[in-house]
Design a protein around this ligand. Sequence first.
Ligand code: MN
Length: 278
Amino acid sequence: MNRRIVNIIDAVETSDGDGVKIFRSIGSYSLPQLDPFLLLDELKSDEAKDYIGGFPPHPHRGFETVTYMLEGQMRHKDSAGNEGVIGAGDIQWMTAGSGIIHSEMPEQEDGRLWGFQLWINLPAEQKMRAPRYQEIASVNIPSVNNIEGKGRVRVLAGKVESVIGPVKDIATQPLLLDVRLKQNEKYSLSIPSEHTAVVYVYKGSLIINNDVLMAQQLAYLSLGESIELSAKCDGASILVLAAAPLNEPVIRRGPFVMNTQEELQRAFSDYREGTLVK
Ligand code: MN
């Protein structure tokens, strides 16, 4: 059965880090989370003042942060010794686990910066695991052509047909796709029927079962085996996210996402005492 839209969320303009302008859909007041997704931000601006402050050093514990760039460059540096600059089409997947301190700063002083940050939860038994960093260059991200041979589907994580994305060994078995459709093009995709699934349009507009989705709107989909995306006349560029829900309590504040209040307090006190990073 094809999934249908349960709810449409408009991304809300807000700021995070040192005054970086973002458009937040998951993690906003109207959609605090969608198990196991905790946050989805789109960063998009042509003005340096909207991004130049970046995200100076800050901690995380208990989940994973994913950065995917469309235009511009960001430099990542963390307390585990990882450092890298990611640019257009590159992805960075950081498993914070028991604790990491990182900075994410624009590697440019003008021009457009455009990308996404996604937070995915970790199951209780992996929240205190060792941190891990995966960085994949655009050239190493495989694509599958749409059946009509016009559009393109970039497989960042998960599997489409026989194509397997480069980000591996993630507890929630995420599917993360960047789907680019030409005008009036259709694309259907199967997804494990119990997985949480959302689509986020970042360019153009899309139709799912007669409902129209515009740029900077996110749709939360019903359960089901497949989704059918249909681009409107202007084409559409879409992130498709799906993953197994954890069905565990989520206790979060700021940069920490744990299962109990006690664990959350511990994260804050470890950070204060300088023992967050093992
Ligand atoms: Mn961060």
